[in-house]
Design a protein around this ligand. Structure first.
Ligand SMILES: C[S@@+](CC[C@H](N)C(=O)[O-])C[C@H]1O[C@@H](n2cnc3c(N)ncnc32)[C@H](O)[C@@H]1O
Length: 232
């Protein structure tokens, strides 16, 4: 946990843990140092199991966003859904600092941040049936075929997500990369433990706020694809 404010004391740990954690400016480093001890969670495989009640200080249905970026969607959805708890997961430290600072400004009591690899969180730390919903909004598309194995929505990770969702829990995805959308639909449909709430793609859900990635896609004329599946 961070107890010091200086970037120099925060950054070495960040750099050694994941190459994509990103450099963090002084303002966000201060927000992180102040907020992380209470509201942050380090994903450490081999550590104790994830304890949502301890992190949030209550028991409530838990929603995670895998790859929450700057946390725009987590903060907005948490604000309009105070009965559920929202955990933004990312390897990108500046985004998590932004999420916690946004949550503080909005006095959002149901927001927390987890830093590290979401696959490790799912595989090693989350209990089966512990999630009410999983959101994967605008994940990195990894367009080159040789990089497809890095995509979050692939059959082995989908099986992990399904196993952590409660029965009837929801997996929602959105992307502006049409070939990835088609692949998502294929992979999710092929998982016998999931059921599509719609015939094909979902209509754009009203509660999903527009993030930078969607605005950029729409400005460039690219359609956005939503998917919504539930665990059987
Ligand atoms: C394109 S951004 C989308 C951000 C956000 N969902 C939005 O719509 O604005 C994808 C994010 O996923 C994160 N990411 C990629 N792989 C991840 C992993 N295995 N675990 C956690 N975060 C990951 C990246 O760091 C990046 O912030």
């Amino acid at each position: 946990m961070f107890t010091q404010e200086k970037e120099s004391q925060v950054a070495p740990h960040i750099r050694t843990f994941h190459p994509r954690r990103g450099r963090i400016g002084a303002g966000r480093a201060q927000a992180l140092a102040r907020l992380w001890p209470q509201y942050g969670y380090e994903i450490e495989p081999g550590g104790p199991p994830f304890d949502a009640a301890a992190l949030f200080g209550r028991r409530a249905p838990l929603v995670i966003e895998i790859g929450c970026g700057m946390g725009e969607a987590v903060a907005a959805m948490a604000a309009s859904d105070p009965g559920r708890d929202y955990l933004g997961v990312d390897v990108h430290t500046p985004g998590l600092a932004n999420l916690l600072a946004t949550a503080e400004r909005g006095a959002l009591r149901n927001v927390r941040a987890a830093r590290g690899d979401a696959v490790e969180l799912l595989r090693d730390l989350l209990a089966p049936d512990s999630l009410d919903a999983v959101h994967v909004f605008f994940p990195d598309p990894w367009p080159k075929a040789r990089h497809h194995k890095r995509r979050i929505i692939r059959s082995d990770v989908v099986a992990l997500i399904r196993g952590r969702l409660r029965p009837d829990g929801t997996l929602r995805c959105a992307t502006d990369w049409a070939p990835y959308a088609a692949r998502m639909l294929e992979v999710l449909t092929a998982d016998a433990g999931l059921s599509n709430r719609h015939a094909g793609y979902a209509p754009r859900p009203g509660d999903r706020p527009q993030t930078k990635f969607e605005r950029r896609a729409l400005a460039a004329g690219r359609p956005v694809f939503d998917l919504e599946f539930t665990r059987r």
